[in-house]
Design a protein around this ligand. Structure first.
Ligand code: F6P
Length: 525
């Protein structure tokens, strides 16, 4: 790898600063160019990306690509795929791509890793099948009907999000529930409709030491024993997913119910490992394998596409333009599909726990903004809550809209629902970009019958500056495969941004101090 140069010292960065200082025409003007649309689209793995509403032109895009070249993103990607120890603060490789590529002939991370991955994947799939068939029974001999996932952060957000996104009314062989919060309300609320005889718990923790998870797991065991489960039969109700199988064994988990991951899988990148077990139980092993395939498709795309058609790289570069050169501190993500209702919390951890850093890989201090504040939620709901601030507030808030072109619900009026959803998404994108001037607003008000003075008084309040950038991502449908591609697209975006900013994306030392202090306080209490 070439010597590290802080990104702000590269000529490419300085060129971008120059372009930003010179300024660009407004989105209104940019969008009046009929040729613009075609050049600011890209497509891969069933995702169509429309970035015509970003505040960029050909010159900016070229300069951004030059920045990617100057920061050697290709070499950095290669180092990751080949299993080099790129997470140097934890002395680990970063191989979540191996989790979805174990079928790849001649894998760059080595055949031994692929073999380990395949063994665990097969174990997860076989167990999920067994559970869904009713063959897993509890202490009374009745089939398990409900599985409660106990885990937090990466051991919760990804599986919870994907289970919700992919579960269909017809696909409820076993109901899956999620408890992440250690406050008692959370577990109690979940358990109040469940029966100990027919409930199993998946204790998900890479480290198997997370205080919150272990506290909830202990409470779950107590609920089982209070519900009539004897200690020898307890293991029927308990599964563990962890990189520390020794700790799970020591706690009495049955070896057949322990599923492994490895230290080279980051928690927030772990849904592709056995941490995906609840997804496989919720939607079936075939769907789970399809989810992995979708991510694999995106991995293949980033490794084979040209830079100007590489979706995650484009997303990363546009994010850097907005964050560092247009000085937008946040990124708003608005899915227009209710099944993606948990996408934003999942992406928050992925992005902010990865790139919320202020130290370069060489230990020097970062001089530029890194991870944006990532926030949002379902667009339709957001429109009636916080979109006001995005349209008229004082922050510049770029948005990723996520739309689905087809509708598969069985409701008789589903097509009408879908029409309203998409109409709104497109209207928002247009309103943000184009705005409405004071003069236009005043004319409109007068045309509607208002007096000139009244219209003049109201117009400043009812006008929109516009020039708010957005990208629209179109998926044909939310399927396991398309969801896998979407998730991996954001993962690779985060990788590219870290590679450009020159920071470590795969450690999370920022969360440690609070944990240490909590332990310290506990020991003194
Ligand atoms: O505290 C943060 C964190 O370490 C995340 O990175 C991780 O996803 C989460 O806690 C849960 O960790 P574990 O799976 O080890 O319980």
């Amino acid at each position: 790898m070439p010597d590290f140069i802080p990104v702000h010292q590269t000529p490419a960065w300085q060129a971008l600063q120059g372009l930003a200082q010179a300024g660009l025409p407004s989105l209104r003007e940019l969008l009046s160019d009929p040729d613009r649309n075609a050049s600011l689209h890209a497509q891969a793995c069933g995702i169509r990306m429309d970035f015509s509403h970003q505040r960029v032109n050909a010159k900016v895009m070229q300069a951004l690509q030059a920045l990617a070249t100057a920061t050697h993103v290709d070499a950095q990607l290669k180092a990751m795929v080949q299993g080099e120890c790129i997470n140097t603060t934890e002395q680990r490789s970063v191989l979540h791509m191996a989790l979805r590529g174990s079928h790849r002939p001649d894998p760059p991370w080595g055949a031994a890793i692929s073999a380990q991955v395949a063994t665990q994947l097969n174990k997860v799939c076989a167990f999920a099948q067994q559970m869904r068939s009713g063959a897993c029974v509890g202490f009374s001999g009745q089939a398990i009907t409900d599985v409660v996932n106990i885990g937090i952060g990466g051991s919760d957000l990804g599986p919870r999000m994907a289970s919700m996104a992919l579960q269909t009314p017809a696909n409820t062989a076993v109901r899956v529930h999620f408890v992440s919060n250690v406050d008692a309300w959370s577990l109690q609320h979940t358990l109040q409709t469940l029966q100990p005889a027919t409930t199993a718990f998946v204790v998900q923790s890479k480290t198997f030491t997370t205080q919150e998870t272990m506290t909830i797991a202990a409470s779950a065991r107590r609920w089982l024993s209070d519900g009539g489960c004897s200690t020898p039969l307890m293991s029927r109700h308990l599964m563990a997913v962890t990189a520390r199988p020794d700790l799970a064994l020591a706690q009495g988990f049955d070896a057949a119910h322990i599923f492994e991951l490895w230290d080279w899988v980051g928690g927030r990148y772990s849904i592709w490992s056995a941490i995906g077990l609840p997804v496989a139980i919720a939607v079936g092993d075939t769907a789970f394998r399809d989810l992995l395939q979708g991510a694999f498709d995106m991995d293949a795309h980033v490794q084979s596409s040209t830079p100007d058609s590489n979706l995650p790289l484009l997303m990363a570069l546009l994010g850097i333009w907005n964050r560092n050169f247009l000085r937008a501190e946040s990124l708003h993500i608005a899915p227009y599909a209710s099944c993606l209702g948990l996408l934003v919390p999942y992406l928050q951890q992925m992005d902010m726990e990865s790139n919320g850093k202020s130290t370069h890989i060489d230990g020097s201090a970062v001089q530029v903004g890194t991870s944006p504040l990532l926030w949002g939620g379902l667009g339709i709901d957001g429109q009636h809550a916080y979109f006001q601030m995005i349209h008229q507030g004082t922050h510049l808030v770029p948005t990723d809209f996520i739309g689905v072109t087809t509708e598969h619900s069985g409701l008789p009026l589903a097509a009408e629902h879908h029409r309203v959803v998409l109409l709104n998404m497109q209207a928002q994108a247009q309103a943000l970009a184009m705005g409405r001037t004071v003069q236009e607003t005043q004319t409109l008000l007068q045309d509607s019958g208002m007096s000139e003075s009244e219209a003049a008084e109201l117009a400043p309040h009812r006008s929109y500056a516009g020039n708010r950038p957005c990208t629209t991502l179109w998926l044909e449908a939310i399927t396991p495969r398309s969801l896998g591609s979407l998730m991996a697209m954001y993962e690779h975006k985060v990788f590219y941004q870290a590679a450009i900013w020159g920071i470590h994306a795969y450690d999370q030392w920022g969360v440690e101090l609070g944990k240490t202090l909590a332990k310290h306080m506990e020991s003194r209490a």
